[in-house]
Design a binder for this molecule. Sequence first.
Ligand SMILES: *Cc1c(COP(=O)(O)O)cnc(C)c1O
Length: 345
Amino acid sequence: MSTGHITIDLDAIIANWRALDKMTSVETAAVVKADGYGLGAGTVAKALAKAGARRFFVAVAEEGAAVRQALGPGPEVCVFSGHMRGDTDIIGDLWLTPMLNSLDQVTRHFDALPGHAFGVQLDTGMNRLGMEWDEWAAIAEIALAQNPTLVMSHLACADEPDHPMNAYQLDVFHKMTDGIAVPRSLAATGGILLGKDYHFDLCRPGIGLYGGMPFDQSHTVVQMDLPVVQIRHLDAGEVVGYGNSWQATRPSRIATLSAGYADGLIRAMSDKATLYFGNDPVPLVGRVSMDLLTVDVTDLREDPHALTLIGPQQGVDQLADAAGTIGYEILTSLGGRYTRRTRGG
Ligand SMILES: *Cc1c(COP(=O)(O)O)cnc(C)c1O
């Protein structure tokens, strides 16, 4: 085995979905965009559908097609980007539910697919997707008469519970939607943790399902083991890798591992990340290169055949911290070169 190896624990994803579901008294959907945060949208969606999830969210229609293919008819597959030009066939043929984001999208949807399911996305201050006040005021009556399956908005700062933006967006969402007879949704993972004022009729967690922050009670979903290609013995003063960024201060053993930034192990991890041999931490030293990275294993008693970068010893967020990013980016960057295995489900 010469590539890195990723094990995805579907039972842990199911347990995380159930734990998040237990924190609310409303329906819990599952966000499986970006190929299920890099872990496989089809397999994740199938496992969660078996566990009871009835509604799934993706970013774009093409992702929805893959999820529909995996799930078959039944569960609702919702598309955050709404009904874009060129999406009509895929939305119509595969029974996707676009979250309409603008007057243009509403018009396109009603013209092209009259009677076809849709939802509405409102902008409560994030200024990214969704209709703003004026647009919604102009179209609300017409749109609501066509029975949308959901009216939703998205929080910009939900991972910071004390941020005043949360209460502000909650207030705007109430003002835009109070009194309507359509199910409402505001909360992703962070919003679930903010408490029941934010839950409305449906919550839509993503990252929490996959073991990432801000859900700190999650089960470990991903294990990544990287094989050692060779081990070199260095004298004090010798250097390692591109740019000579690391220099041995003592006689050292350096393990060269088969994985690099082409596999999503970003260069910002250089000289910063930690790997594990069992429970023993060993430092990544020198620069991460395209296909290889180097680890100081001088303090291990044996020569390892593989080291763990993500697992029970260190979750995606700790690794992300070392590289100055977030767990979401680490997961969705994992490349296509790993051998992947799923467990459970
Ligand atoms: C990505 C996304 C989610 C899921 O967010 P997490 O923070 O991963 O739980 C929910 N809603 C929208 C609109 C999103 O873009």
